[in-house]
Design a protein around this ligand. Structure first.
Ligand code: G3I
Length: 392
C-alpha cells in the first residue's frame, strides 16, 4: 500500500513524515524523479530531491516505485527541442543515468518507463516523442531501462485505463504486442484519478485480470477520488465506497501487486490546482485527520470490517469442460457463494495452479497435447480464505 510523497512537506512537517513513514510500505515521488527534476540541463543531473525520497524509504523499510523516465510533461524544453537522433540519445542516456543510479539500491524496485503514451481516444499521443521518433521510442525506452536496472519491474502507466474502454483496450493491445516482440514490459499502471461525479469505471476487476492474463503485473499507481467541494457526509460516503471498490478489485486479482494513493492528505494534492472547485480526493483531511476513505481502505485490506472474516466461500461446482483443442480447454463451473464476496477462483491440477479467473469460467491454454488432466477449482474471498474440499 503506497503513497506519492511531495518533497517539501517531507522535509519540513513532522505529521506528514510520521504518516508517510508508518502507514505505507511503498512510496512514489510525486515529482522528484521526473525529468525536469533530475536532468534540468543536458547531462547535468540533480539528485537531491530524488535521493531524499529514496533515503526516507530506506529509513522506513519501504519500497520505492520510480516515476517516471519518459513523459511528454515536466520534460525540459532542451529535450523537446532536440532533433530525432539527439532526442533518442538523450532518452537513452537519461534512462541509463536515472534508473542506473538506483539499480543497486534494494529500495527501488520498479519504474514507470513510459507515462501517458495514449491520448484520450486510445490513439498514440501526438507528443514530441511520437512526432520525432514514432512509436518505436516505447520499445527503445523499455530496453534501455532493462539494461540500466535488470532487476527492476518495468511499467507502462496511464490514466482512464482503469475500466474496460477504448483506451484500456489500446493499452492492452500495445502491451500484448510489445511482449510478443520480447520488449521487457513487466507491469501496467492504472493511475486511477477518479471523481465521484463521473461514476465508478466499469469492469475494473475484469480489466486488471485481462492484463494479468498477459503475464504482467497490474498496479493502481495514482489513486485519488475527487469530489465537488465542499465535502459533506454523503460525498464522503460515496468516495469511501469508491476506495473500497478499487481495493477490492486489486485484491481479487492475484497479479495486482499494489495500490498507491497520489498523496495522502488533502493538504497537498494536485487536484484543486487542475480542477477548480474540486478536491478532497485523499484519505486524510487537511488537518491530517483520517476520513471515511481511510477506514474504507483499511477495512478492505483487512478483508471487510474489523471483524476477521473466517467464513470461506462454498465449494464451487464440478467444472464442465468444453472447447477442447490440442492444447487448451474451457472450464465452466457453478459459482460459489460467500458471506461477504467471492473475489475469484483458482484452477489446479494437483498442486500446480493452471490459472485464475474472476468469473466462474476459465479458458486454459498451453496444455500438453494427448495428456489427461484432472483439475479442481478453489474459490477465494476478500480475506483470501480458500473454499474447502476442492472437488476434482
Ligand atoms: O517546481 C516548481 C517550482 O519551482 C515553482 O515555484 C512552483 C510554482 O507553482 O511550481 C513548481 O512546479 C510544480 C510541480 O508540480 C512541483 O510542485 C508545477 O507548477 C506543477 O504543475 C506540478 O504539478 C504536478 C503535475 O503532475 C505536473 O504534470 C503535480 O504536482 C503532480 O501531482 C502531477 O502528477 C501527475 C503524474 O506525474 C502523472 N499522472 C497524472 C498526475 C496528476 O496530474
Amino acid at each position: 500500500m503506497g503513497a506519492a510523497l511531495a518533497t517539501s512537506p517531507l522535509a519540513g512537517e513532522t505529521a506528514y513524515r510520521t504518516i508517510a513513514g508508518t502507514e505505507f510500505n511503498q512510496i512514489t515521488a510525486e515529482n522528484a524523479m521526473k525529468w525536469d527534476a533530475t536532468e534540468p540541463s543536458q547531462n547535468q543531473f540533480s539528485w537531491s530531491a530524488a535521493d531524499a525520497i529514496v533515503n526516507f524509504a530506506t529509513q522506513n523499510g519501504q519500497q520505492v516505485h520510480g516515476h517516471t523516465l519518459v513523459w511528454h510533461s515536466q520534460t525540459p524544453s532542451w529535450v523537446q527541442n532536440l532533433g530525432a537522433d539527439a532526442l533518442r540519445s538523450a532518452m537513452r542516456n537519461h534512462i541509463a543515468q536515472v534508473a542506473g543510479r538506483y539499480a543497486a539500491n534494494p529500495a527501488v524496485v520498479s519504474w514507470d518507463v513510459v507515462n501517458e503514451v495514449f491520448d484520450d481516444s486510445g490513439n498514440m499521443r501526438d507528443s514530441f516523442w511520437y512526432q520525432k521518433l514514432g512509436d518505436g521510442y516505447i520499445a527503445d525506452a523499455f530496453r534501455a531501462a532493462r539494461a540500466a536496472d535488470p532487476d527492476a519491474r518495468l511499467c507502462i502507466n496511464d490514466y482512464n485505463v482503469e475500466g474496460v474502454n477504448a483506451k484500456s483496450t489500446a493499452m492492452y493491445n500495445l502491451v500484448k504486442s510489445l511482449r510478443a516482440q520480447n520488449v521487457p514490459v513487466d507491469c501496467v499502471g492504472l493511475q486511477s484519478h477518479l471523481a465521484i461525479q463521473y461514476g465508478f469505471p466499469g469492469q475494473v476487476q475484469q480489466n486488471m485480470q485481462r492484463f494479468a492474463d498477459l503475464g504482467v503485473e497490474v498496479r493502481v499507481t495514482e489513486l485519488d477520488i475527487r469530489l465537488q467541494t465542499p465535502r459533506d457526509a454523503s460525498k464522503d460516503a460515496q468516495q469511501a465506497t469508491y476506495y473500497t471498490n478499487m481495493v477490492n478489485a486489486c485484491l481479487a486479482v492475484s497479479r495486482c501487486s499494489g495500490i498507491t494513493i497520489w498523496g495522502f492528505t488533502d493538504k497537498y494534492s494536485w487536484v484543486p490546482d487542475t480542477f477548480p472547485g474540486q478536491g478532497a480526493a485523499l484519505i486524510y483531511d487537511e488537518g491530517y485527520n483520517r476520513k471515511p476513505a481511510y477506514t474504507a481502505v483499511h477495512d478492505a485490506l483487512a478483508g471487510g470490517g474489523t471483524t476477521p472474516d473466517t467464513t470461506p466461500p462454498t465449494v464451487p461446482g464440478t467444472p464442465a469442460v468444453s472447447a477442447v483443442t490440442a492444447s487448451g480447454a474451457t472450464l465452466t463451473w457453478a459459482a460459489s457463494t460467500d458471506n461477504r464476496a467471492v473475489t475469484g477462483y483458482d484452477v489446479y491440477s494437483g498442486t500446480a495452479k493452471l490459472g485464475s479467473s474472476a468469473s466462474s469460467s476459465l479458458t486454459l491454454t498451453g496444455l500438453s497435447p494427448q495428456t489427461a488432466y484432472t483439475v479442481h477449482v478453489v474459490a477465494r474471498d476478500g480475506a483470501r480464505s480458500p473454499s474447502p474440499a476442492p472437488r476434482p
